[in-house]
Design a protein around this ligand. Structure first.
Ligand code: ZN
Length: 582
């Protein structure tokens, strides 16, 4: 059996020591590390953190030749076990790679564990024994023989499974709950002392139970154990889904606080949304998944046009499940939906790139954003969520069915496995009883907005557009403070700022002779003279431009506010109730 021993020998150098044993190596044994981690669609070239790689057989050094950036070949003699030793630098405090210091360790196998080619489908063992005093192990990988702190041997059925179980090491809080008869574990590291543990467990349990019931009714989910690994930090947000666990990172101030059981801060709602999102992925992307992900190719990009479905639809359901689990009420849910709508409507790039293209290009666009991304691309998360919304409302205002039925039909048809875009379209048509797949295709492959306002109104939700802020009217985004002044971070295509010649990175210094400290100062001048002279600094050079807020009235819109329509006819109110009642 392929075995890995991971030691945390040098905490201050942030290096894991890995010993890999291939019991019966091939004459030319290939070894490689993945270049990306499933769920995060970017080539990250994890091998760049490997050093001191050596190979031995029976105490004798074995020749190692590096074939490319992430692949090595060991020339073996005889059938003696091949032993590789190497170190991996681990100092990325995210959910995607690996981290090690004196307080905590964390790793994904894709960052640490070289793949022994030819043995990928065999069971793989992981030894985690020599840890600093008091440290524990938390992972969803099956324990073979471990002590009370989880130190010992773990096993995965194959290499893919091995790297799909992140591991948390250190001294952390661990809580447990059952959801539909399945044990769930919640591990939190980095929390404030007064963190409300019981509330986090109770709220997570409600989300998990609601989702299991959604997919399986009274039956059990397709996993017999689930683990949440949450790293609470000063600033941070994100999650990565795995087959029966997830690694999360969140701001520690967003965790619930003891004695404040009634507080439902925006931060805590965001954290619950993240928990809901990653848990929903347990079905939608880890099992039901793009046909292109039927078998992961670890050495290069894996392209799919379907992330709008697997990320976008998951994003639609994450907040909806907070409502269904009774954690937020309808006004709060509509507020979250308003935010997503406002974000997408403020993205000129939605008229440039379709969500299918955004999915395919995730590797070089969504994950490599710059100041122009807002003009040239669209998020398959947010717009994908709004396409899910549009499809759900389209079904709910028609004769039959809802998006829930489509998701379950797809699950049933694919037996929780790979699906194509055609499968998705056909499932919609079948549930609706009429052709709705064509509308889906238009919204997924085109760049026109679905008629969100009309669809929401049909479900008894009122749409109000807020008065645009000055930044929205100018078509820019800034970072600002009284100390540093105003720096432009984004210039939206087709806006006033762009027409005036303002670029991302510019400092906005003064308007009609008035020094600007914050953008709102400019409003005081523009109130009187809508055409003003703006003093700008770019690369130490100061110049002036004419700013005219009259010149472009085009697409400038403020945010959207959704509320329950007060005077909805009873048939409409019933549809709304069916949609928005837990
Ligand atoms: Zn996701």
């Amino acid at each position: 059996m392929i075995t890995y021993r991971v030691d945390v020998s040098d905490l201050h150098q942030h290096e894991f020591q890995v010993t890999l044993t291939v019991p019966e190596p091939q004459a030319q044994q290939t070894l490689s590390l993945p270049v990306w981690i499933p769920g995060s669609y970017m080539v990250r070239e994890f091998s760049r953190h490997i050093s001191r790689l050596h190979a031995h057989q029976g105490g004798q050094a074995v020749g190692l030749v590096q074939k490319d950036k992430t692949t090595w070949i060991a020339t073996c003699t005889g059938r003696q076990p091949l032993v590789l030793t190497y170190r991996v630098y681990a100092f990325d405090n995210s959910v995607r790679t690996a981290f090690l210091d004196a307080h905590r360790g964390f790793f994904n196998g894709s960052s640490l564990l070289l793949k022994a080619h030819g043995y990928e489908t065999q069971p793989h063992r992981l030894e985690l024994k020599t840890l600093p005093k008091g440290w524990e192990v938390a992972t969803a990988m099956a324990a073979i023989k471990v002590d009370a702190r989880g130190r010992g041997w773990y096993e995965a059925a194959d290499y893919d499974e091995l790297i799909d179980h992140p591991v948390e090491l250190g001294q952390f809080w661990r809580g447990r709950f059952m959801a539909r008869g399945v044990p769930h574990e919640f591990v939190v590291v980095g929390n404030w002392p007064d963190f409300d543990r019981e509330r986090l467990l109770a709220d997570s349990q409600r989300i998990c139970e609601a989702q299991i019931a959604f997919w399986h009714g009274k039956k059990k989910p397709p996993f017999d154990r689930y683990v949440f690994l949450l790293n609470a930090v000063d600033e941070g947000y994100g999650g990565l889904e795995h087959r029966n666990s997830t690694a999360l990172i969140a701001a520690r101030r967003d965790l619930p606080q003891l004695g404040k059981a009634k507080d439902l801060s925006d931060g805590y709602v965001t954290l619950l949304g993240l928990i809901s999102h990653e848990y929903f992925h347990t079905w939608n992307v880890k099992r039901l998944r793009p046909a292109e992900f039927a078998v992961y190719e670890h050495s290069r990009e894996n392209y799919t046009e379907l992330l709008w479905f697997f990320e976008g639809f998951t994003s639609y359901y994450d907040d909806l499940f907070l409502l269904r689990a009774g954690l937020i009420d309808v006004p709060r849910y509509l507020k979250l939906l308003s935010k997503t709508l406002s974000t997408v409507l403020a993205t000129p790039g939605r008229h440039v790139q379709s969500v299918a293209e955004a999915s395919f290009d995730a590797w070089v666009k969504y994950y490599r954003q710059d100041e122009n991304s807002v003009n040239a691309s669209v998020s398959y998360y947010t717009k994908g969520a709004l396409i899910a919304l549009a499809m759900d409302l389209l079904l709910r205002s028609g004769k039959q069915g809802s998006l829930d039925d489509v998701m379950r039909l797809l699950w049933q048809r694919s037996q929780g496995g790979p699906v194509s875009e055609t499968d998705i379209q056909l499932a919609f048509d079948e549930v609706a009883g009429v052709d709705v797949g064509t509308a889906l295709q238009t919204w997924v492959h085109g760049t026109e907005d679905p008629p969100w306002q009309a669809l929401l109104e049909r479900l008894g939700v009122a749409w109000k557009t807020e008065t645009p802020s000055l930044a929205q009217r100018l078509g820019l985004k800034v970072s600002e403070s009284a100390l540093t002044g105003i720096k432009v971070t984004q210039v939206l295509q087709g806006g006033v700022a762009q027409a005036s010649g303002i670029s991302a990175g510019d400092e906005l210094l003064a308007l009609d002779g008035w020094r600007l400290r914050r953008l709102e100062d400019a409003q005081r001048v523009l109130n009187v003279s809508p055409e003003s002279t703006l003093l700008v600094c770019r690369d130490q050079k100061v110049f002036s431009v004419l700013l005219s807020v009259f010149s472009h009235e085009g697409e400038t819109i403020g945010g959207v506010q959704l509320t329950e329509a007060a005077l909805a006819p009873s048939a409409v109110a019933l549809r709304r109730q069916a949609w928005l009642t837990p």
